[in-house]
Ligand binder design. Structure first.
Ligand code: PRP
Ligand code: URA
Length: 214
C-alpha cells in the first residue's frame, strides 16, 4: 500500500508481518522472543524491499548443458543499522544477502529535545556504487532517520532504502520531505506520537526490548 502521495513509501501488509508485529507490541513478550521476531520481520521486509535489485545474466553449466541465467548484478548491498535498535534487523537482511557489507551509525535521541545526537559512523568504503539498506525498527519523529540519511549522502551514498518495523505519520512526513528519493518500507503505520515522542500504540522502547535494558 502506498502512503498518501509519496510514491516511495510502501506500507507492507503481509499477514505474517502483521502477526509478528502484534506479538512485538505485547508488553509480556520477553527479550529472547522479541529479538527473534524483529529478525524475522526484517527477513520478510527485506524480501519486499530488495525486489528491484538489478540482475545480469551469467553463464552457468548445469549437469545437462551451459545456460545463461540471472544473478544479482554489480556491487553487493550495504546494510546500515542505526544503533542500537537497528542491530536487531541486521541478521534478518544478512539471511537474504549473506555477502552484504555492514556499516553502523550511532544515534541516540536526546530525552528532552527528542532530537538525535551522533556518536558513531562507519560505512563500507566506497559506498557510492552500493544499494544501501538502512534499518531501524522505529521511525518516530523521523529525526534519527533524516540524520542517518544525511550522513550516508555526505559520504557519497545514493541508492538508499530505509526499512522500519513501525512508523508514525510524523516520521514518514519528515523523512520524505527531507529525502524524497529514499525508498521507505514500513511494517505498520501507527496512529501518532505521544508527548514524549513515543509511537502509539507502538511497542515501547525498541532498543531496551531487544537488549533487555531498562
Ligand atoms: C530509537 C529508535 C530510533 C529512534 C527513533 O532509538 O531505535 O533510532 O529512537 O526516534 P526518532 O524517529 O524520533 O528519531 P533511541 O534513540 O531510543 O536509541 P537506542 O536504539 O540506542 O535505544
Ligand atoms: N524509539 C523507540 O524505541 N520507540 C518509540 O516509540 C519511539 C522511539
Amino acid at each position: 500500500m502506498q502512503y498518501k502521495d509519496y510514491k516511495n513509501v510502501t506500507i507492507l501488509e503481509h499477514p505474517l508481518i502483521q502477526h509478528k508485529i502484534s506479538m512485538l507490541r505485547d508488553k509480556n513478550t520477553g527479550t529472547n522472543e522479541f529479538r527473534k521476531l524483529v529478525e524475522e520481520i526484517a527477513v520478510l521486509e527485506g524480501y519486499e524491499a530488495l525486489r528491484d535489485l538489478p540482475l545480469e545474466d551469467v553463464e552457468v553449466e548445469t549437469p545437462l548443458e551451459k545456460c545463461m541465467t540471472p544473478m544479482i548484478a554489480g556491487k553487493k548491498l550495504a546494510i546500515v543499522p542505526i544503533l542500537r535498535a537497528g542491530l536487531g534487523m541486521v541478521e534478518g537482511v544478512l539471511t537474504l544477502v549473506p555477502t552484504a557489507k555492514v556499516g553502523h551509525i550511532g544515534l541516540c535521541r536526546n530525552e528532552e529535545t527528542h532530537e538525535p545526537e551522533e556518536y558513531y559512523c562507519k560505512l563500507p568504503n566506497p559506498i557510492d556504487q552500493r544499494t544501501i539498506v538502512v534499518v531501524d525498527p522505529m521511525l518516530a519523529t523521523g529525526g534519527s532517520a533524516v540524520s542517518a540519511v544525511d550522513f550516508i549522502k555526505a559520504r557519497g551514498g545514493k541508492n538508499i532504502k530505509f526499512m522500519c518495523v513501525i512508523a508514525a505519520p510524523e516520521g514518514i512526513e519528515r523523512l520524505m520531505k527531507a529525502h524524497p528519493d529514499v525508498q521507505l518500507y514500513v511494517g505498520h503505520l501507527d496512529r501518532c506520537l505521544n508527548d514524549a515522542a513515543y509511537i502509539c500504540p507502538g511497542l515501547g522502547d525498541a532498543g531496551d526490548r531487544i537488549f533487555g535494558t531498562k
